[in-house]
Ligand binder design. Sequence first.
Ligand SMILES: [Mg+2]
Length: 220
Amino acid sequence: MTDTPLPPEVFALRIHPDRPLVVVDVDEVLGLFMRGFEAFVGGHGLEMRIDRFALFQNIYRPGDDTHLDIRHGKRLFDAFFECDPQQMDVAPGAAESLARLAQEATVVILTNAPAYSRPARARWLIDNGLPYPLVIGAGPKGKPVAALAARTRRATAFVDDLLPNLDSVEKEAPGVHRFQSVADERLRPYAPSAPERHPRFDTWPDLAEAIARTLRLNSR
Ligand SMILES: [Mg+2]
């Protein structure tokens, strides 16, 4: 299997070589994705039941015991990204916390989203007080994060909700400080974690404090 090429933004973005770097995921870290997607599928007469850490397996027709066909769920997911990202609320405290970190660190958003969603995603970030450069990736995040981290002499922090992405960064860029965060309160109990390897902070004030402490920022 050949490697997925790295997103070109990884090399094109301006990253200050003498500032710490914070690389942050969008869905379920900066944005309450599950709630937004739930509202979207609700508009299609469907409902989400949050009883596992999954996406497509949580969509049901009202009254049904088995979840919707996965392919149908995937089509809804694509449609959500295409037409209506504004239904997603920003995670509480995310904008304020990142703004504080950005006083001393470079902030980069790294999201695995369909490429066609770039304009809508970029607008969502701006509209929600998150005016940071956007990298759209695909697949495990280790290699793009390693390439970003290589562009600064200072420390790098990486935040994601998904354990496979955190593990991938640990493998490809073991010097990067990893943090897990799960924005949706209902998903938190189901999210696979490894806090001994990737410290977990589910609220932004706690997360930002931990990042600032780890990166030795003054803006704590
Ligand atoms: Mg995510």
